[in-house]
Design a protein around this ligand. Structure first.
Ligand SMILES: [Zn+2]
Ligand SMILES: [Zn+2]
Length: 142
């Protein structure tokens, strides 16, 4: 069912579901924490030794265009990828660089207009120190 959707979405963009594209998508869906293209390349390389870094980058662009994944710019110099293409909030820990999906009610979401602008979608980046880093900090102080 899910792979049918993948095929359909790629086809809508005039793309075929190549083995590489499916492998990149699967690898992204299995990895937690919004990996970078390079992290995906490193883990795919073990299974597909002939896969090049350029191919992984290219596959990610095609999957993004097909609306199967999304690219996050939460870290300025590093693109991260998310297997969930629907808009959702993210929290970035400045200390351990982990990205979490963040469930928080946004006050303006679904409220229509703010300052005359019609809101259609809200997706925010939050920055700070994550729970486990905070705990570690407390332990270090104590
Ligand atoms: Zn952290
Ligand atoms: Zn996410």
């Amino acid at each position: 069912m899910e792979s049918e959707n993948t095929f359909k979405k790629l086809k809508e963009k005039g793309r075929t579901a190549t083995i590489q594209r499916l492998a990149v998508l699967e690898c992204l869906r299995e990895s937690h924490g919004h990996p970078t293209a390079d992290e995906l390349y490193q883990s795919l390389r073990q299974q597909y030794p002939t896969l090049s870094r350029a191919t992984v980058y290219n596959c990610l662009q095609v999957l993004k265009e097909a609306g199967l994944i999304q690219e996050l710019t939460i870290e300025k110099d590093k693109a991260r990828f998310d297997p969930d293409p629907e808009p959702h909030h993210h929290f970035f820990c400045r200390r351990c660089k982990t990205i979490f999906d963040f469930q928080v009610n946004c006050p303006v979401a679904g409220s229509g207009c703010v300052e005359g602008h019609q809101i259609e979608e809200v997706q925010a980046y939050f920055y700070g120190i994550c729970e486990s880093c905070l705990k570690e900090e407390k332990r270090a102080v104590a």
